[in-house]
Ligand binder design. Structure first.
Ligand code: PHE
Length: 452
């Protein structure tokens, strides 16, 4: 197929709301609702939030804007966009790294995403009723170390395929336009429930009272690392979405809207979770188990708790689904454009590959597994290698590409459309092209060190 026909036939977002719903849907994920609240809890509450906001401004935001600029200018998948903008160079390697990261993230993310379906059903059917907290903990360990998660992972992946089937406008945009407002509605409902609980103030204090004594160098690294995982940058997701953005859109405005939405949802998730945790006297620093072990206890003690529990896991499910489809799209756009197969076939092949990787990730959680290396299971490795290694390298390369390789007039031209001042944005990009790579390099080196 010639370049021209590909361009002519290319799908795209049809409205600004659809584009923001899809991109914010990618950003808002398990990272916001599952991870952000507990890292805030562990790192000194609002002192950490402050550092996180600085990281978003200094690192996350410029990389996000860079991905949109490169994607829209390139007008193709993550590999080809670099080929077009820097012919005969090694820069397309960024796209390749993104595709590898996409498979790795999908491998473990779909497993946790599958848990949300199981927990939604358990809550809805009031299955936790009468259980002691010991039994709730056992229920989780028994479930996650068994074979049932595989079934839920497959169901989840197939649901993602249904959304992806229609393409950008009639698939991703159509569904995220409904799912994202639904997500916002559910989170507001949960926030109202949480702050009206007796004893809620304690939880809010924990979340928002700055405690600088808890802030360590690790907190700063956590904040930096999380800022670009949370914004879905560093692996071509936003670059791929960027390639579907119409020339009419103002990229700076879209970038800011997404960062604000992503941060707001993360904060709201904290407000929904911590007051309840405190009101029912549960340890707030229980870390990753907070969502599946701690929260069912909280919901159990709450009047109408099974309904709020079901709503919470539905929220988590939606957040995971809209992120998973964006990661899939990196691969699907590549396969359809480079390997010349149609979307249906690309989806079939990719989802089979993802399901196989996810099955291995899930099996690596079972007792006596041989799928572990150096003290970490395959599941952990997929998470660590993608989030701590590939994403930071990708982010560093992307911002460097924009700052030092891409032609200034091309960048300016992409910023031309819309109301935001090009001059201000260019100054901002010029500053961050030095700060962001440095910060990312530090996160990366410390992340790597922690792995071995
Ligand atoms: N941003 C998503 C989250 O917060 C995760 C993600 C990372 C999605 C990278 C796409 C790409 O959960």
């Amino acid at each position: 197929m010639s370049q021209e026909t590909i361009t002519q036939k290319r799908d795209g977002f049809s409205s600004r709301f659809g584009l923001i719903a899809a991109a914010a849907g990618s950003a808002v994920g398990l990272g916001n609702i599952w991870k952000f609240p507990y890292i805030v809890g562990e790192n000194g509450g609002s002192a950490f939030i402050l550092i996180y906001l600085i990281s978003i401004l200094g690192v996350g935001l410029p990389v996000l804007l860079a991905e949109f600029i490169i994607g829209r200018r390139g007008g193709a998948n993550a590999v080809r966009s670099f080929k077009k903008l820097a012919p005969n160079t090694k820069w397309p390697v960024i796209g390749w790294l993104g595709i590898i990261a996409a498979f790795m993230i999908l491998g473990f993310y779909t497993v946790i995403a599958g848990y949300t379906i199981h927990y939604f059903l358990l809550s809805l059917t009031n299955a936790f009723s009468g259980m002691s907290s010991e039994q709730i903990t056992q229920t989780f360990h028994h479930f996650s170390s068994g074979h049932t998660p595989i079934i839920y992972t497959i169901i989840f992946t197939l649901l993602a395929v249904v959304v992806l089937f229609g393409g950008i406008k009639d698939g991703i945009e159509k569904y995220t336009k409904i799912l994202m407002p639904g997500l916002v509605g559910i989170i507001i409902l949960l926030v109202v429930r949480a702050i009206t609980l007796p004893g809620a103030a304690e939880g809010l204090k924990f979340l928002f009272k700055p405690d600088f004594s808890e802030v360590s160098i690790n907190s700063i690294l956590d904040a930096l690392g999380h800022s670009f995982f949370s914004l879905s940058v560093g692996m071509g997701t936003m670059l791929t979405y960027g390639s579907y953005i119409s020339k009419k859109e103002n990229l700076s405005t879209v970038t800011c809207s997404i960062a604000v939405a992503d941060t707001m949802i993360a904060l709201l998730a904290g407000v929904a979770i911590f007051p309840a945790v405190f009101a029912f006297g549960i340890d707030p620093t229980s870390g990753p188990g907070l969502v599946f072990i701690t929260l069912p206890n909280v919901f159990l003690q709450m009047p109408g708790g099974n309904i709020f529990g079901a709503l919470f896991f539905l929220l988590l499910f939606i957040a995971a689904l809209t992120s998973v489809i964006s990661i899939f799209e990196v691969i699907i756009t590549y396969v359809t454009e480079e390997l010349n197969v149609n979307r249906q076939k690309a989806l079939k092949l990719t989802s089979i590959a993802v399901i196989i990787i996810a099955i291995f990730c899930s099996l690596s959680q079972t007792p006596n597994t041989t799928l572990s290396f150096n003290g970490n299971t395959l599941f952990d490795w997929m998470d660590l290698l993608s989030a701590n290694v590939i994403l930071p390298i990708g982010g560093l390369l992307i911002i460097s590409f924009l700052g030092f390789i891409m032609k200034k007039d091309e960048v300016a031209d992409e910023l031309q459309q819309g109301a935001c001042s090009i001059k201000t944005t260019m100054i901002y990009l010029t500053i961050t092209k030095f700060i962001a790579p440095l910060a990312i390099a530090i996160v990366f080196l410390t992340g790597i060190q922690a792995l071995f």
